[in-house]
Design a protein around this ligand. Structure first.
Ligand SMILES: O=C(O)C(=O)C[C@H](O)[C@H](O)COP(=O)(O)O
Length: 202
């Protein structure tokens, strides 16, 4: 599976910080059933790798690891069954390691220099992070102008209200966000928010 396949599989990628509030398998089933099959499990909590392992067995789920900061975490995530890797930024060491594996890889960029470093490694799909505080849609439009075949997955600060505008942008393939899985939400509420996210047009 290429990173383009991952980005085309759903308009919205839920960014999950699993802290034990919900059973990871039940959460994955809820999101997949609602129409959001691509799940980014951030390696920010101790249960993330076990959750990737368990959630990967949910039929239809495309489970990846987020907040991957170094080569070691890349290999741990791959071993746990992650099918794609998301990093908040773009570093030489991690990018070299990721390109050497067959895993789909989505590093974060926020500047033209970041994008150029990615292009030098043969990448042209990037997370735009942190999207809102890095300039939002105006910044994406400015960056898309010189980099015609680059596509973005903006993430960071996107809400249910701002999501449609991001998805309407030609350089945006999909968006990431945590608004459909906030603390204190029941699985039913998560399912409803996910269904609304899944129905967004791009
Ligand atoms: O650490 C990473 O690698 C990340 O994936 C960062 C997340 O994309 C954002 O924290 C999600 O942003 P919100 O939707 O504003 O919650």
């Amino acid at each position: 599976m290429t990173i383009e396949d991952v980005m085309q599989a759903a308009p919205v990628i839920p960014v999950l910080v699993l802290d034990g509030e919900h059973d990871p398998v039940a959460l994955a089933e809820t999101l997949v059933e609602a129409g959001l099959p691509v799940l980014e499990v951030t390696l920010r909590t101790s249960q993330a790798l076990d959750a990737i392992r368990a959630m990967s067995r949910v039929p239809g789920a495309i489970v990846g690891a987020g907040t991957v900061l170094n080569e070691w975490q890349l290999f741990e995530a791959r071993e746990a069954g992650a099918r794609f890797i998301v990093a908040p930024g773009l570093t030489e060491a991690l990018t070299r390691a990721a390109v050497a594996t067959s895993l789909a890889y989505l590093p974060g960029v926020a500047t033209a220099g970041d994008i150029m470093r990615g292009l030098e490694h043969g990448l042209n799909r990037f997370k735009f992070f942190p999207a809102e505080s890095s300039g939002g849609l105006p910044a994406i439009r400015s960056l898309a102008a010189p980099f015609g075949n680059v596509r973005f997955c903006p993430t960071g600060g996107i809400t249910e209200a701002s999501a449609p505008d991001y998805l309407a942008e030609p350089a945006v393939s999909c968006i990431g966000g945590s608004w459909m899985v906030k603390k204190g939400m029941s699985l039913a509420a998560i399912g409803e928010a996910a269904r609304r996210a899944a129905s967004l047009a791009r």
